[in-house]
Design a protein around this ligand. Structure first.
Ligand code: MG
Length: 378
């Protein structure tokens, strides 16, 4: 293994796959995981799923696919500086959103609510758990097993959060939530890279959509600080370019900050193996100062963008679509494609959740029209 620190995850010492397979010939185990994720159906579908904006609102907004690529890019850079396993980091980053429903968090919240209210015995819906379910069960591409049969380390990284209740049912992979230990440094990093990516691209998409203005944004110190520096250096460039440069510099600052802070924390804790690193508490982090600044930006985005009335209209419609689909399928399972039908109510509800969660924004809207409008094709 080249250029790995002692605390990095080592692909030659993986805890293995659920179904034993011969080792890959010309790549590491974690590279094989990353490659399997890229070829998965659920990965391609990320192109038509969105976080804040519905897919048809404009071609220029991020989708979950471009978001995942940005997360992977940011995570890879930091992983290389810290001498972590770049491929494991990338695999986790690319897979982290595979379990997301259509219509972003609104869709997920509503699907969870439907399950909790109507079929409590099925357990609710958690998107991290669903990402794991996608790679463990739902992908159907290999003759010998369901799912992608990924390494333990990749699966553990994908399961970012999990309720204690569900963790107990998961066995080995849920154990860390019970033991209160951390996932690998690679997983911690993919998680923080997710935050860096979405805060910055939501600023970008928010401005582009016209839902937030530059004037508003400049009340947030981390933004104004970088924007002012750009304007001092390039007073005459067009606004669009100045904004792009501001965002680029913000991402750079955050990447540098995580790298330096994490390096120092690793040095202080001094783990001598990947397993030791997990027991050290969270090591991948922003500095206190940047953490405060990033939180301020998050609060701004929550208030001004995610709760913007035009986003709320979309969110409300999205929830209605998800609820009406869920209720219609639960009441009349014969409306479902045959492979999604089950005899007992809990399995039926879970299959409906899988079906809905797998839909793209557009497919969910088309399916909703097919079920509720008489003039549409069936
Ligand atoms: Mg994400």
């Amino acid at each position: 293994m080249t250029d790995h620190a002692p605390y990095a995850s080592d692909p030659s010492r993986s805890r293995g796959r659920r179904y034993a397979e011969p080792p890959p010939a010309n790549r590491t185990e974690f590279q094989r995981d990353r490659d399997r994720i890229i070829h998965a159906n659920s990965f391609r579908r990320l192109e038509y799923k969105t976080q804040v904006f519905v897919n048809h609102e404009g071609d220029w907004f991020r989708t979950r696919l471009t978001h995942s690529l940005e997360v992977a890019q940011i995570a890879r850079v930091i992983a290389a500086s810290l001498k972590l396993d770049v491929d494991l980091t990338e695999a986790i980053a690319l897979a982290h959103d595979l379990g997301h429903t259509p219509f972003g968090h609104a869709g997920q919240d509503e699907l969870n609510r439907c399950l909790q209210e109507l079929v409590p015995e099925a357990g609710g819906f958690e998107h991290n758990l669903q990402s794991l379910r996608v790679v463990d069960e739902l992908e159907e591409r290999y003759p010998a097993f369901n799912g992608l049969n990924l390494c333990f380390e990749t699966r553990e990284g994908i399961l970012k959060h999990c309720s204690l209740n569900n963790a107990r049912k998961l066995g080995e992979i849920g154990q860390r939530f019970i033991d209160r230990t951390q996932p690998s440094l690679e997983a911690q990093l993919a998680n923080l890279a997710d935050e860096i990516a979405y805060n910055n691209h939501d600023v970008d998409d928010g401005l582009r959509s016209g839902l937030i203005t530059l004037e508003q944004l400049l009340t947030v110190p981390i933004v104004s600080q970088h924007y002012d520096a750009v304007r001092i250096r390039w007073p005459d460039i067009p606004e669009k370019r100045a904004i792009a440069e501001t965002i680029r510099q913000m991402i750079n600052t955050l990447i540098m900050d995580v790298t330096i802070t994490t390096q120092a924390r690793i040095q202080a804790a001094n783990p001598t193996s990947a397993d030791e690193a997990k027991a050290c508490g969270p090591l991948v982090a922003f500095s206190d100062e940047i953490r405060l600044q990033a939180d301020e930006l998050k609060r701004f985005l929550l208030k001004e963008l995610y709760r913007h009335y035009r986003v709320s209209r979309m969110t409300t419609k999205a929830k209605r679509v998800v609820r009406e689909l869920f209720e219609a399928f639960l009441m009349q399972p014969e409306l479902l494609p045959p492979e999604y039908r089950h005899d007992d109510r809990a399995s039926q509800a879970r299959a409906i959740a899988d079906y809905i969660a797998g839909m793209t924004d557009r497919y969910a809207m088309v399916e909703h029209r097919r079920l509720f409008q008489i003039d549409e094709s069936f």
